[in-house]
Design a protein around this ligand. Structure first.
Ligand code: CU
Length: 117
């Protein structure tokens, strides 16, 4: 009995989870807090599940705090978000908002710094 009680939480973990596929960021370029040289910059965000690229959004906050919506470029995989921009030195925040296939929206920030080339 004691063993069963000990195992119950583990068994619960092993049972199939309810369908839930919130998109979670699993990798990004630039990486969180990265420092990159000024000029042309490619943005690649990768998620743990398929996302609706047409209903997802990338917003870039510039060093002067102005915000611009970045055009999302065609991706070769259903779980990535790509864009690019030409950036001058300063502190930026790439804000992503994605719609996952389960209909849930998630968002997050990727702060990074651009330095003189
Ligand atoms: Cu979800």
């Amino acid at each position: 009995m004691r063993l069963l009680l000990t195992l119950l939480p583990l068994i619960a973990l092993l049972l199939p989870q309810p369908a839930d596929a919130h998109a979670i960021l699993v990798g990004s370029s630039p990486a969180l807090g990265a420092t990159l040289p000024a000029g042309h910059l490619d943005f690649h965000l990768r998620y743990n599940s398929r996302i609706d690229q047409g209903r997802s959004r990338l917003t870039l906050t510039a060093p002067d705090h102005s915000q611009a919506i970045l055009p999302i470029t065609t991706a070769d995989a259903p779980d990535v978000l790509n864009s690019s921009a030409n950036l001058s030195p300063g502190a930026y925040v790439l804000r992503w908002q994605v719609l996952a296939v389960d209909g849930h929206i998630t968002r997050g920030d990727v702060p990074f710094t651009v330095t003189m080339p």
